[in-house]
Design a protein around this ligand. Structure first.
Ligand code: ADP
Ligand code: MG
Length: 231
């Protein structure tokens, strides 16, 4: 019965997503159609249209790519991984973007993290999405700290920024498909994160204080082989 419920939930989400996707793509498509009609009706091609058309095409491409990530089959590649290395990798990946935005990414990890059974690429995706949001939340720069801690048989990773935070009236909508407050956002990032965390029997929680910052908390079970060490 539980699985049935899950399947029907999944169907509902898929329908919602498809409707959202259609809506998101219709705008740039309508713009492109308009430009092509304009070009068709003119003797001389107006070159100024081309960069705008390319931007619209890139937007469609971006939305479809993000969307495809969601529809990929469940991960087959669950392995024991060292999350410290995964996070370090992502921090390195985003360092340039961070520096350009005067953001300092700080990964404070004094202890090794016991192994976590996960799909490494999906975990990277989660950290990329969350860190990107943190960087984007601080247009004038600031610090993002990443810290891991143990809570019983689960790992907690907190990613805290010093951005503008999320207004109380919007916090419920954050993570819903296509909810974005950004001009060029897709509103799919956190939804993908929630999905991946669910596949890992983990959780994602967001706490935010307007004008102070946002903390995303990830919770993941330790691999059974991790034992009950001192971490
Ligand atoms: P996108 O980044 O494309 O907008 P996300 O799903 O990643 O989509 O985020 C949805 C929305 O949640 C953002 O548009 C923003 O309003 C809010 N949000 C997410 N992370 C943060 C953060 N660290 N600080 C402030 N707002 C955030
Ligand atoms: Mg995002």
């Amino acid at each position: 019965a539980e699985e049935l419920l899950r399947n029907s939930d999944r169907l509902a989400v898929t329908g919602q997503l498809a409707a959202g996707l259609a809506h998101e793509i219709r705008n740039p498509l309508t713009a492109l159609k308009g430009f092509i009609q304009l070009l068709q009706s003119q003797q001389q091609a107006n070159k100024a249209y081309y960069p705008i058309m390319l931007t619209e095409l890139e937007r469609i491409n971006f939305i479809v790519n993000e969307f495809l990530l969601l529809s990929r089959p469940r991960p087959a590649n669950f392995r024991e991984a060292d999350l410290r290395i995964v996070i370090e990798h992502v921090v390195t990946l985003l360092e340039t973007q961070a520096i350009l935005n005067k953001v300092h990414l700080v990964f404070e990890q004094p202890l090794p993290i016991p192994p976590i059974r996960c799909d490494e690429n999906q975990m990277k995706q989660v950290f990329i999405n969350i860190l990107k949001n943190a960087i984007e939340a601080m247009p004038h720069g600031g610090e993002v700290t990443i810290r891991a801690a143990k809570a019983g048989d689960r790992l907690l990773v907190r990613i805290a920024d010093q951005g503008g935070g999320i207004p109380d009236e919007l916090i419920q909508q954050v993570g819903q498909p296509f909810f974005t407050t950004k001009e060029t956002g897709t509103g799919l990032g956190l939804m993908i994160c929630h999905n991946i965390m669910e596949n890992h029997e983990g959780k994602l929680k967001i706490r935010s204080v307007p004008n102070e910052g946002t903390t995303v908390e990830l919770e993941l079970p330790f691999s059974p082989s991790a034992g009950s060490g001192t971490y």
